[in-house]
Design a protein around this ligand. Structure first.
Ligand SMILES: *[C@@H]1O[C@H](CO)[C@@H](O)[C@H](O)[C@H]1NC(C)=O
Ligand SMILES: *[C@@H]1O[C@H](CO)[C@@H](O)[C@H](O)[C@H]1NC(C)=O
Ligand SMILES: O=C(O)CCC(=O)C(=O)O
Ligand SMILES: [Fe+2]
Length: 318
């Protein structure tokens, strides 16, 4: 690239950058909120200046793509109340995809009653997959509910603190600041009764005793490869209506999710460099279904069918 062209592009990036900052602030996000809010699965929260600087350095350091940057800005504008630092860092550092994961994908691969052996060819494809009714016979399918988790955390020493400190709490659009907050709401709100504020949250279970007690209610998904590694952390997502806002995950493996209660709509959008050749897809998962998405390359958002309470557990595998 010629030097003149490069200077010109840097100027344009700077302009985009300034615009992005003012967009975020204009949309009502205070600096303190920007600092407190995070999405994706990295517990690290940077302040605005830090992520701006980091992005700048990464993009310029990589000999950036202006197109990609504009796409990121475009995505971010549509997303309120999210600090995009994780996407930015992830977007800036992840390798540019060859779009194989989304090419010709119009819907998820739907599987029924799949054996471990037959699943082998799908396991690491990064293609979205739904295994219908995979977990209908899990004890967790019957026993997990709001009260189960409230009791589990109330009764386990250090449970709440583990989420505050290291396991991560995701409040999405709801006004909770901690898991303790969520699990002590009144019963009208638990049941999303009229006049109460709708809510949707997620959190990591990385406390060893909590994880051990949860895992008494479900095995490793039967179709995953025998030798695949599952980390010592599982997520719970629960609540109503809006679900998770569009984001990419800053994680190192693929993921599986068990939909235990409620029907959840997923929206998957290809990463910016694949947007012109791949499609955005939406699909529904129902209680008992497994869903597998490469959430590192598919932007994903969820919503829950009106009037239904959704409960899912999720882990990585690789
Ligand atoms: C599922 O697959 C197993 C083994 O392939 C078979 O024995 C069983 O009948 C199947 N069940 C259903 C509901 O199709
Ligand atoms: C949760 O499940 C337990 C055990 O199955 C049941 O007794 C309880 O009523 C359920 N609570 C809610 C809020 O659904
Ligand atoms: O299940 C949800 O609502 C969001 C899940 C999610 O963000 C993820 O699977 O990475
Ligand atoms: Fe995610």
């Amino acid at each position: 690239m010629k030097v003149d062209q490069k200077n010109l592009d840097i100027e344009r990036i700077k302009e985009d950058f300034i615009q992005l900052n003012s967009t975020l602030l204009k949309s009502g996000i205070s600096f303190s909120k920007l600092q407190k809010t995070s999405l994706g699965k990295s517990p690290t929260v940077y302040n605005t200046v830090t992520w701006c600087t980091a992005l700048f350095i990464i993009i310029i350091g990589l000999g950036y793509q202006l197109h990609l940057f504009q796409q990121i800005v475009k995505y971010t504008r549509g997303v309120r109340c999210i600090i995009p630092n994780n996407y930015f860092l992830w977007e800036g550092t992840r390798p540019i995809s060859d779009c194989q994961y989304c090419l010709d994908v119009e819907s998820p691969i739907i599987l029924y009653n799949i054996s471990r052996n037959d699943f082998r060819s799908y396991a690491y494809s990064s293609k979205p997959i739904v295994v219908k009714g995979a977990f209908l016979n899990w004890p967790a399918f019957k026993y997990f509910n709001f009260t189960f988790f409230k009791n589990l955390y109330d009764q386990t020493e250090g449970g709440y603190k583990s989420v505050d400190d290291e396991c991560q709490f995701l409040h999405f659009k709801s006004d909770f600041i901690s898991l303790r907050d969520v699990l002590s709401m009144n019963s009208a709100r638990i049941n999303n009764e009229p006049g109460t504020k709708s809510w949707y949250v997620g959190w990591g279970n990385c406390h060893s005793e909590i994880l051990q007690r949860m895992r008494q209610y479900y095995p490793k998904p039967h179709f995953l490869p025998e030798d695949c590694e599952i980390p010592s952390k599982e997520y719970i997502f629960m609540g109503y209506d809006d679900g998770a806002t569009m984001h990419l995950d800053f994680i190192s493996r693929l993921m599986w999710q068990a939909q235990l209660k409620g029907s959840k709509k997923w929206i998957l959008k290809p990463s910016p460099e694949c947007e012109d050749i791949c499609k955005t897809i939406t699909f529904l998962v129902e209680p008992g279904d497994a869903v597998l998405v490469d959430t590192r390359v598919w932007y994903h958002g969820t919503s829950i069918l009106p009037g239904e309470f959704s409960l899912s557990i999720q882990s990585e595998y690789g």
